[in-house]
Design a protein around this ligand. Sequence first.
Ligand code: MG
Length: 304
Amino acid sequence: MSRGRVRVYEVGPRDGLQNETRVIATDDKRRFIETLVAAGLREVEATSFVRPDRVPQLADADSLLPSLPRAQGVRYPVLVANRAGMDRAAAAGADAIAVFTAATDGFARHNIGVDVAASLAAFAPLLGEARSRGWWRRGYVSTAFGCPYDGRVDALRPVQVARRLLELGADEVCFGDTIGVGVPSQVAEVTGLALDAGIPVERIAYHFHDTRGTALANVSAALAAGVRTFDASTGGTGGCPYAPGAAGNLATEDLVYLLDGEGFEHGVALDGVLEAARLVSRLLGRPLASKVGQAGGWRPAKEP
Ligand code: MG
C-alpha cells in the first residue's frame, strides 16, 4: 500500500558537479540530465547563473539550459545570486529559480559575501521579479543544523530565515545540512518549529548531506514529520568542501532505495538512476560514492 507521494529533487548537475574538480563537457552534462529525466526525475536543478570565474564547472549555463529537452512536467530550476544572474537565466529560458542564503551569518559572509539579512534584502527584488514572470521559486537555507564558522545553530534560526524567504515570494524553502552534522532529533525540532511558525509542510524541503552517515536517518525523521520533498544527487557527487575526501550530498539512488522499501510513490526508477550514476562516475573518472551504487538494488531470491 502506498504511503503517499514524495518529490525527489535532483541536484547532481548543479550542486554535485559544481563541487567536483573535473569540468564536464556541455554535451555530457546534457546526456546526464537526459538520463535523469528518463529515470523519472521531474525536478532537476540544472545549473547555476553565477560568476563563471567563481564556478568554472558551471560556466556553460547559458548554452546548457536552452539545450535541455523540455518534456511535459519537467522542471529545471537554476541558481541565481543577483541581477546579472537573473538576466542570464531569463535569456537562457529559465522558468524556475533558486536563491541561496544561510541560517548563519558566518556562512553567508564566507559564501556569498554578505550577512543573512543583506542576502535576503538582495533576493527580495529577484524573487518578486520571478513571481511576476510566473517562475517557480525556491529559497535555500544552508547551515540549518551546524555551521563551519558559527558552530551549532539554534533550531529557530533556519525557521526565521525560511519564513522571511516565503514572505519574499519563495514557493518552497529548503533546509540544507551543508556540512552534514545534523541528526534526526534536530530535523524533528526544525520541522516542528517551522510548522508552529505557520509554514505549510508542503512548502518545506530538506537537503541532507551524508558526510557523517546521518542523511537517510534524517530523511526518515523528516518523513515522520510529514515532509515529502528531498534533495539528492545521483552518484553522490559533490563531496564536502569542509571535509576533503568525505561524502557530501545524499545520493539519489540511496534515497530512492529507502523510499521504495518504505512504500512511498515517487515515480523514479532505481535502475534508471543507477544508469545515470554510472554515467556520471565515468565522466568524473572516479568510483561512485553511494551505498546503493556500490551494492546495487536488491531483488529477493524468493518472495514469501
Ligand atoms: Mg549539497
